[in-house]
Design a protein around this ligand. Structure first.
Ligand SMILES: CC(C)(COP(=O)(O)OP(=O)(O)OC[C@H]1O[C@@H](n2cnc3c(N)ncnc32)[C@H](O)[C@@H]1OP(=O)(O)O)[C@@H](O)C(=O)NCCC(=O)NCCSC(=O)C[C@H](O)C(=O)O
Ligand SMILES: [Mg+2]
Length: 281
């Protein structure tokens, strides 16, 4: 498995859908979440856990495979966690996290991905993100909208505060913020708009629910060849200015300072990982 740090698209796959699990191996998502929680009906939980165990043990995945376990306090939590730990999951996705101490107490030795999908979770997101074992935060907008007694909105206005709170919490702790799923798998335009919005808010990538949504997330959160060229040109202008003893530069008429240089380097790193993912392991 590659240790890619590209998280443009992260695909949920229900643990009780064996065919979808097999398909997920080659769909082009940057990571996969095999779900044992809300995508799986109560009567299918045990079979889903076994499917996930077999899929992990079979190996051959080219991207990180995370397992979304059932939540703390559910009858399935221990069996789910044990299976994921023993089967080689790349991380655990913890649904409905609200309490940093409860997350810290897990100390499983596997990266933890905390879902923020309740009002209390949003309010405690900074503390949750700061837990050492936490690798990233994921927004669960469906649960959050239900808990807030709000509904769908084309620009997600009722959720904007929470979305930004998750980005702030994750970025402050140096963790990866992942945006929520877009429910309508037939609305490509709406998906593209929401991906662009999420990127502008500061997310690193989007969670998706269908193979047809992966390309839009990869495009919105990726770096294009033109953007990579632009980054190289900006770095060239910076290096020239520095060689001339200047503290700042201009590129195409705009000020260039260290943070712009850092952003350009980030883009080139992402570009390299996109184009040569195997070399990042
Ligand atoms: C949304 C779906 C139920 C749609 O299913 P379906 O109508 O069967 O889709 P298609 O017929 O278009 O499928 C075409 C082929 O693609 C495969 N497929 C579909 N979805 C996936 C997938 N997620 N991963 C891999 N492969 C997938 C089908 O098997 C078809 O293949 P083939 O047979 O060869 O033609 C369905 O897409 C779905 O179940 N999606 C995932 C739902 C899910 O995981 N939900 C839980 C996570 S979202 C959530 O809980 C968010 C959060 O907690 C919150 O609160 O917001
Ligand atoms: Mg949820």
């Amino acid at each position: 498995m590659t240790a890619s740090i590209v998280w443009r698209s992260v695909l949920y796959v229900p643990g009780d859908k064996s065919r979808a699990i097999e398909k997920a191996r080659g769909l082009g998502a940057d990571a996969v979440i095999l779900d044992l929680e809300d995508a799986v009906a109560p009567e299918a939980k045990a079979q889903a856990r076994e499917n996930v165990r077999l899929a992990l043990r079979a190996g051959g995945w080219r991207v990180p495979v995370l397992v979304r376990v059932n939540g703390l306090g559910t009858e399935h939590e221990h069996a789910d966690r044990e299976m994921a730990l023993l089967s080689g999951a790349a991380g655990l996705v913890l649904p409905k996290t609200e309490d940093a101490r409860a997350v810290a107490a897990l100390s499983l030795g596997l990266p933890l991905w905390a879902m923020i999908e309740t009002p209390a979770g949003v309010l405690n997101a900074a503390a949750i993100a700061a837990v050492p074992g936490v690798a990233g935060l994921l927004v669960g907008a469906n649960d959050l909208a239900r808990a807030l007694r709000t509904g769908p909105h084309p620009e997600r206005l009722p959720l904007l505060h929470a979305l930004s709170a998750v980005v702030l919490a994750a970025r402050a702790a140096g963790k990866v913020p992942l945006d929520a799923v877009f429910n309508d798998i037939t609305d490509g335009e709406g998906l593209a708009r929401e991906c662009a919005q999420g990127r502008m808010l500061g997310f690193a990538g989007k969670t998706v629910i269908h193979p047809g949504q992966i390309a839009a997330a990869n495009a919105a959160y990726g770096v294009t060849a033109a953007q990579a060229d632009e980054a190289r040109a900006l770095l060239g202008a910076w290096e020239t200015a520095r060689a001339e003893g200047k503290s700042v530069a201009t590129y195409r008429g705009s000020l260039v300072e260290q943070m712009h240089v850092d952003a350009a380097r980030d883009n080139l790193t992402l570009w390299a990982q996109q184009t040569q993912p195997e070399s990042t392991s």
